[in-house]
Design a protein around this ligand. Structure first.
Ligand code: NDP
Ligand code: 8X3
Length: 250
């Protein structure tokens, strides 16, 4: 099995890479932070008997996505599972106060980046009439929340794209799954609040948030069902969370 994971340098992507390696999958891992990619590649190669190919690129650049992915040796193009995970929130403001630059980075990463990677990889899956796309959405793509506006919009877009992808790929025997996590403690909030660690920490205060490993287990479960079974849409929250808006804090 070959699995391509975008955004493998931290959080869900890193945990998914480790989980898939544990189960014997060869991996293409991607992200912008070269040092983190190299470190993960070493850890995986030292621990598991799998091959790892690292690609350092920004998913917001169509040119880079195409060039880097197409540069891989033929063997690596036989991708069985594509995990579209790279993404982020940038800022959290009322719609009339939002920073345009934040909106652009979220739309370009979460929506356009996912599309660029998918557009490059899917023809290889179609040619083989085989494959599985797992898009990481969010509870933010199921219900909007105050000041979430554009981030929520990008994740609603991921939800819609996933549903339409599933229809388009039906004749080609390609599975499409969405995994939509709620609040999970990764680098997500640190990135959203631009390095303000106190603010990032406060997001998870008073309840027990999801961890990256929880999501990795679910992604592996989805990827390891028998050929005739597809998990279409998974929503997973911490015990204390009912939706994007309702979190019970003690
Ligand atoms: P992290 O910040 O820990 O990880 C995000 C990953 O995305 C990093 O590996 C980062 O790599 C990569 N990434 C971000 N921007 C780019 C880019 N332009 N090009 C390439 N890679 C990029 O956050 P999470 O693990 O939490 O987030 C993973 C996904 O899960 C995201 O899509 C997020 O929206 C979603 N999500 C997160 C939730 C949470 O509560 N944490 C809940 C629901 C969904 P690098 O910086 O090296 O480029
Ligand atoms: C991340 C979860 O609720 O912080 O997608 O937007 S949330």
């Amino acid at each position: 099995m070959i699995t391509l994971i975008t955004g493998a340098t931290s959080g869900f992507g890193r945990a998914i890479a480790l989980k898939f390696a544990e189960h014997g999958s060869d991996l293409i891992i991607t992200g912008r932070r070269k040092g983190k990619l190299e470190e993960l590649e070493h850890i995986i190669k030292d621990t598991y008997d799998v091959k790892v190919f690292s690609l350092c690129f920004d998913v917001r650049s169509h040119e880079a996505v195409k060039e880097e992915l197409e540069s891989v040796p033929h063997f690596w193009k036989e991708i069985d599972v594509l995990v579209n995970n790279a993404g982020l929130a940038s800022g959290m403001s009322a719609i009339h106060e939002g920073e345009i630059a934040d909106w652009e980075v979220m739309i370009d990463t979460n929506v356009k980046g996912l599309l660029y990677v998918s557009r490059t990889v899917l023809p290889w899956m179609v040619a083989r009439q085989k494959g599985h796309v797992i898009n990481i959405g969010s509870t933010a793509g199921k219900d909007a929340y105050p000041n979430g506006n554009v981030y929520c919009g990008t994740k609603f877009a991921v939800d819609a794209i996933t549903k339409s992808m599933r229809i388009d790929l039906l004749p080609h025997k390609i599975k499409v799954t969405a995994v939509n996590p709620g609040a999970a403690e990764t680098e997500f909030s640190l990135v959203r609040f631009k390095g303000d660690s106190a603010k990032a920490k406060s997001v998870y205060q008073g309840f027990d948030p999801l961890q990256a490993e929880d999501i990795a287990e679910i992604v592996w479960f989805a990827a390891s069902r028998p050929p005739h079974v597809v998990l279409n849409d998974i929503v997973v929250t911490p015990l204390a969370q009912a939706s994007s808006v309702f979190i019970h804090r003690s």
